[in-house]
Design a protein around this ligand. Structure first.
Ligand code: SF4
Length: 66
């Protein structure tokens, strides 16, 4: 599945890294790295991460947020 994060909106709160640590990792206070082509098995965790992101910057292909 395709995953995108709007890094212009991302504030580095890291809720996503807490909820889906195999997909998102943080480096330092603000730098977020992520897998743009995560395994389908991560979909539920990604949905939770997208819902938890305070600035709604996580976009998951085929998920509730397009
Ligand atoms: S939860 Fe949202 S704002 Fe926080 S690091 Fe993840 S993408 Fe960025």
């Amino acid at each position: 599945m395709r995953l995108a994060v709007d890094l212009n909106r991302c504030q580095g709160y890291a809720q996503c890294a807490f909820l889906a640590p195999e997909v998102f990792t943080t480096h330092g206070d603000e730098v977020l790295l992520y897998d743009s082509d995560p395994d389908e098995a991560q979909r539920e965790r990604l949905a939770q991460a997208a819902a938890a992101c305070p600035v709604r910057s996580i976009l998951v292909e085929g998920g509730p947020i397009e």
